[in-house]
Design a protein around this ligand. Structure first.
Ligand code: PHE
Length: 802
């Protein structure tokens, strides 16, 4: 029945006149300037009337109640200016249907308005008009329409839609203008409902005033200097403010991150860092000391940046200079030298060092002066070359250099130490190719097999320093020195997948690269033995495995994200929170801190089971905190860890801190999360993943603890993993159908078995049991699941779980 509404439609639907008068204290003329200053308006009203109710006030101003409540709270924070009392008051609110009728008119009015004077067949109305029966009944009862044969025809020319007026009055907070009988009727018709409203009554406080000065939020230097601070009033600290959930911390540039990793490797190998803080060097130390002839092309201004001011170095040790001069021009130490006229002038020229080997030369000279002792030195710092810039070359870059000086070292040692070094960074396939350097003999370029490129690529340069370099320094005759060097930028570009050096260094670098780049960790433990003496995996090897898995996960994540982006799909639960920086494990003398956040509505019981497992092998400190986002936590949750493991933090190896926090109602927010470092904002999310972390930790210390990765057969670990992922996907995140399906499968998998995997409690039992407890699904679970859960709950690790 889609007919034009007739023009006679004269429904009276003007908005009800403002129900309550303005509070008398409300100086109308002030409204212009004070319109937004609710706190002041409230104070003026209190002054005049003695008391102001938030509810009445909001209605009088026709403003949302919440806004007025906010203003009252800000007055309350001023101290004793006002006194505030809180009461609850019943009010009426429109239901969804009620609000729709308030806006569009009652069904009967809409029916009436749609009729022409000829009327409309009842059958048509019933077939096409929504809520036709209600509309017809009410319109007839109101005597707006009548039945004429098979038709409904209007009997009045205009109507007054009282239902709409009443509902509008209720919506605008003037329920008292609607007679009680009618309200009861509307409530029955589910158009309105009764609600509790917290109302604030404001009266004068002991320091009442209507001229409140703006409170200062900060104490400034100027206030202290001028003495103004004495008369100012300050905002009190809000200790209840919700802290920022994620903190941004400082970020190292990827190159510097990698530099610290290399530094760590050298330190682990017992090397000492050389002081490299002099970018300006003399040609003497950069070239001459290294037996590099003064005509060598590398010394050309096209390859080296010379310094104009100061052009020359002030001093070079004279006796050493004389020995260098002699070696270059006439030879010595069994060498013929280069047989040319050596120029002091050339050697005194200042330049930007072209390699860190200049520093190695200074250090070896110093060592010889002090009396030689075997040393292992390294440096990682910047060098400069006047090169043509391209995608892979800049005029400055970083060199990594290692120097080993000892009695009777040979090429064998050089190759050995280089192999050890590269193994530490995960490069095992090495080849050496004869090369030439003026200062080393023999010299070798180092090549490594690149699995990705499927070819051998040059990774560094090396050699044994020549006697022509060492002897003039005063290094004893039977001492030999092995050294090698490589650039820092090259591995950085490979690790971060950058093809153009300008994306890594210089003004075109994007800030996001620095803020968001993953920590590319060098594969330090590759090639090292994975097992401790008793056959149990070592902390390192477990951490290593975890890192590898996390790396793979993050690679997968970025793939998923890019596919999703291409398809325009938004990913709800981005697992981008996986931390790629989880290293450490349990070390002697260090408290291993683990912070777990959990929502009190979903207590992660499995973690208590794992804490028990940890406690039987480590001294564990267990703590519970409550974040300000959580108002109250039951006694039971405050004692979440139970009474065991009351070790002091300082005396413990592991400290588990549980923070009850409410971060929203999304599935992700309800999940527990774990962080191992306050500096790593990324966390491990989900009970299954947190469980994996703690289970690994528990297994590290205990050959008997076989919950997850130390199970007697690796197949079991795979099964546990599968169950954990299914539990997460179907039980934690799934809809009701998926949840029910999971429980059915669980029941049939269990059959008569005592445990889910193998013949003992595993992480799978712990996490699934915990999830069922949280969701209160155990009571209604089928019999095998019930039997299994009862069996688990009496085990030592699970005692007094709930
Ligand atoms: N200084 C060399 C370079 O700049 C590297 C190197 C260091 C070679 C030490 C041998 C020994 O490439």
């Amino acid at each position: 029945m889609k007919r034009e509404t007739e023009a006679r439609n004269s429904i009276n639907c003007s908005r009800p006149s403002s129900a309550a008068p303005m509070p008398s204290a409300e100086p109308r003329h002030n409204m212009g300037s004070l319109a937004m200053d609710f706190p002041l308006q409230i104070l003026l009203a209190v002054e005049k009337q003695g008391a102001v109710s938030s509810y009445e006030f909001a209605r009088a101003l026709n403003e949302p109640h919440q806004k007025i409540v906010g203003a009252i709270k800000s007055l309350e924070s001023l101290g004793e200016v006002v006194a505030v009392k809180q009461t609850t008051q019943k009010t009426w609110e429109c239901t969804e249907e009620g609000s729709s009728l308030a806006t569009n008119g009652s069904h009967e009015a809409r029916l009436f308005n749609s009729l022409t004077s000829e009327g409309c067949p009842i059958a048509d109305i019933k077939a096409n008009f929504p809520n036709a029966n209600i509309a017809l009944g009410a319109a007839m009862k109101n005597k707006w329409v009548k039945k004429e044969g098979e038709k409904i025809v209007p009997v009045v020319s205009s109507i007054n839609d009282e239902v709409q007026i009443h509902l509008q009055a209720i919506m605008s907070g003037s329920a008292e203008n609607v007679p009680d009988k009618i309200k009861v009727d509307y409530k029955k018709r589910k158009l309105i409902k009764e609600v509790d409203l917290t109302v604030f009554e404001v009266t004068k406080g002991s320091e009442f005033t209507t001229s409140v000065s703006k409170q200062e939020a900060e104490l400034t230097k100027e206030m202290i200097e001028s003495g103004q601070w004495k008369s100012k009033s300050f905002k009190p600290f809000n200790f209840k403010a919700k802290g920022r959930l994620e903190q941004r911390s400082g970020h190292l540039h990827p190159l510097m991150q990698l530099r610290s990793e290399f530094r760590q490797i050298f330190l682990e190998m017992g090397f000492t860092e050389m002081p490299t803080n002099n970018f300006v060097e003399s040609a003497f130390w950069n070239f001459d000391a290294l037996f590099q002839p003064q005509q060598h092309p590398a010394r050309d201004a096209h390859d080296t940046f010379y310094v104009a001011e100061p052009e020359k170095t002030i001093s070079v040790p004279e006796d050493y200079l004389q020995r260098v001069k002699k070696t270059h021009s006439t030879g010595g130490y069994g060498s013929l030298g280069y047989q040319y006229e050596w120029s002091r002038d050339e050697a005194h020229k200042n330049l930007l060092r072209t390699h860190t080997t200049a520093v190695s030369a200074r250090m070896l000279y110093k060592l010889a002066q002090e009396g030689f002792r075997p040393v292992k030195f390294f440096s990682i710092d910047r060098v400069f070359r006047n090169e043509t810039l391209d995608a892979t070359h800049l005029a400055e870059f970083h060199q990594i250099e290692g120097v080993v000086a000892d009695y009777n070292l040979s090429v064998k040692h050089l190759m050995g130490v280089i192999k050890g070094f590269f193994e530490k960074i995960g490069i095992t396939k090495l080849r050496f190719k004869p090369a030439y350097n003026p200062y080393t003999e023999p010299s070798m370029e180092i090549f490594s097999y690149h699995e990705g490129l499927k070819k051998w690529v040059e990774v560094g340069n090396s050699g044994m320093f020549r006697p022509e370099m060492l002897r003039p320094m005063g290094v004893p005759e039977n001492v030999t020195v092995a050294a090698w060097g490589l650039s820092l930028e090259r591995p950085a570009m490979i690790m971060y997948g950058i093809n153009n050096i300008r994306e890594l260094v210089g003004s075109r670098v994007k800030m996001e690269l620095i803020l968001d780049n993953p920590v590319c960790t060098i594969d330090k433990f590759k090639g090292q033995s994975q097992k401790a003496a008793d056959g149990a995996p070592t902390v390192e090897s477990l951490t290593k495995r975890q890192e590898l898995i996390l790396d793979r996960l993050s690679a997968l994540q970025s793939k998923v994200a890019s596919i999703a982006a291409k398809m325009g799909v938004t990913l709800v639960e981005s697992a981008a929170s996986i931390n790629t920086q989880l290293t450490g494990g349990v070390k002697a003398g260090v408290v291993h801190d683990v912070v777990i956040y959990a929502d009190p509505r979903r207590p992660p019981y499995s973690l208590r089971i794992l804490a028990n497992a940890l406690s039987s092998n480590f001294s564990v400190c267990l703590r519970v905190h409550c974040h300000s986002s959580v108002k109250e936590v039951s006694e039971k949750l405050q004692q979440f860890w139970g009474s065991s493991g009351a070790t002091e933090r300082s005396q413990s190896q592991i400290c588990l801190t549980l923070v009850w926090r409410q971060d929203g109602d999304t599935p992700t927010a309800l999940m527990p999360s774990l962080s191992v470092s306050p500096l790593a904002p990324n966390q491990i999310r989900g009970e299954h993943n947190v469980g994996r972390y703690l289970a690994r930790l528990a297994e590290v210390g205990a050959p008997t603890c076989r919950l997850y990765e130390c199970l007697s057969n690796p197949i079991f670990t795979v099964q546990v993993d599968e169950l954990l992922d299914q539990c997460h996907g179907k039980l934690t995140l799934g809809n009701n159908k998926e949840k029910a399906g999971f429980i059915r499968e669980l029941n049939s998998r269990l059959g008569d078995r005592e445990f889910l995997v193998n013949s003992d409690l595993t992480l799978a039992d712990a996490v699934i049991l915990s999830t069922l407890l949280q969701l209160r699904m155990l009571e209604s679970a089928p019999s095998n699941v019930q039997k299994w859960s009862k069996g688990c709950l009496v085990l030592p690790y699970c005692k007094n779980l709930i």
